[in-house]
Ligand binder design. Structure first.
Ligand code: ATP
Length: 341
């Protein structure tokens, strides 16, 4: 039987550890995937290449699909972020992060079920930074009508497909009247012209964050520009157990790249203790995406088997250290494999 080719980028830090564990589970679940392993990030530089080698980019374009481990981005110096480059070069303009409570993972709130949608290509991530004088530096927040409309359309379409009820835009248009003003105006326009059946509201981001940590149940789908989306994704991860349990996907018209919300976690890298669940859940999203676009029921089947197995494992108290358990990365992967239906 044929398999779907997908690029696999192990990444840096805990990346290779969580990637290995994820691939083991996918194989045990008979997911019909053939991995094309490629380098990016520090690993690519250490192998003597660019941070994002042309071969890696071309293969993602060819196969339209990748599962990516976290890649290191040094703070304040060195090469530019491979994550940002990848999103820009492949025009992966929509990032989606489902944030859901999990069985056996105790947190302040029960039944959290949010989807964070982040514009992935512009805003302060445009990288237009200048030194004007010795003591004055500036960063340009680039916001275009086309990108704001594009992400608003994407978000409302996605919310409709997922049968979600409401979209809330977090913004700071009271201060950034022109840039964030454009973002909310585009969202309002797309809502009122094309998706009046979905509820729509807005929150100024500071107040929105306060409301989120007081009562996340009042939100459904959150739509944010790039930097706010980055920050609020981590905040939301904290509502359901942390960065070890929140998956992500980056969608464009030509390709989709699936990756955990977390970074390379240098503090625990190489110890074999990272939680592989966030990347495993991202791989499940990849299988569901394949089911949708390729209509291959084997992908849907593998996705739901893996989801059942990790929920069962967590419910049985099988947890890695970040969740208060004692399992290492391999042991957790084994616990999931043992529970595959
Ligand atoms: P980067 O620069 O690559 O973003 P970082 O350390 O700034 O790395 P994260 O990698 O997201 O940011 O890590 C933040 C914290 O969360 C760290 O303490 C890390 O150990 C923890 N963490 C992140 N991912 C996981 C994981 N999969 N399992 C366990 N702990 C994790």
């Amino acid at each position: 039987m044929s398999r779907h080719k997908a690029v696999l980028i192990p990444g840096d830090g805990i990346g290779p550890e969580v990637t290995r564990a994820t691939c083991q589970v996918l194989e045990a679940a008979e997911a019909p995937i053939e991995w094309v392993e490629r380098l990016a990030g520090l690993a690519a530089i250490e192998a003597g290449g660019d941070v994002l080698p042309a071969e890696t980019l071309e293969d993602i374009q060819r196969h339209k699909l990748a599962l990516k481990g976290p890649c290191t981005t040094p703070i304040g110096k060195g090469f530019s972020s491979v994550n940002v480059q990848l999103r820009k070069q492949l025009n992966l303009y929509a990032a989606v992060r489902p944030v859901r409570s999990l069985p056996g993972v105790e947190t302040r709130f029960e039944g959290v079920d949010l989807i964070v949608i982040r514009e992935n290509t512009e805003g302060l991530y445009s990288g237009v930074e200048n030194r004007l004088t010795d003591d004055v530096v500036m960063s340009m927040k680039v916001t275009t009508q086309s990108a704001c409309r594009r992400i608003a359309h994407w978000a409302f379409r996605f919310a409709t497909q997922q049968r979600r009820k409401k979209i809330t835009v977090f913004h700071k248009a009271n201060i950034m009247k022109v840039t964030d003003g454009l973002f909310i105006n585009c969202a309002r326009e797309v809502h009122s012209h094309e998706y009046p059946n979905i509820d729509y509201d807005e929150a100024i981001i500071d107040a929105g964050c306060m409301k989120l940590v007081q009562n996340p149940g009042q939100f459904d789908v959150l739509l944010l520009e790039n930097l706010y989306g980055d920050v609020v994704s981590d905040l939301c991860a904290g509502l359901v157990g942390g960065l070890g349990v929140v998956p992500g996907a980056n969608f464009g018209e030509q390709a989709a790249v699936f990756e955990a919300v977390h970074g390379s976690a240098p503090d625990i890298a190489g110890k074999g203790v990272a939680n592989p669940l966030a990347l495993l859940m991202s791989a499940v999203m990849m299988l569901q995406h394949l089911q949708d676009v390729e209509q291959d029921p084997r992908c849907g089947r593998a996705a739901s088997r893996i989801e059942q197995a990790y929920r069962q494992a967590l419910g049985d108290g099988e947890r890695t250290r970040d969740l208060g358990g004692s399992l290492d990365t391999e042991q957790f992967a084994r616990a999931v494999i043992d529970r595959l239906p």
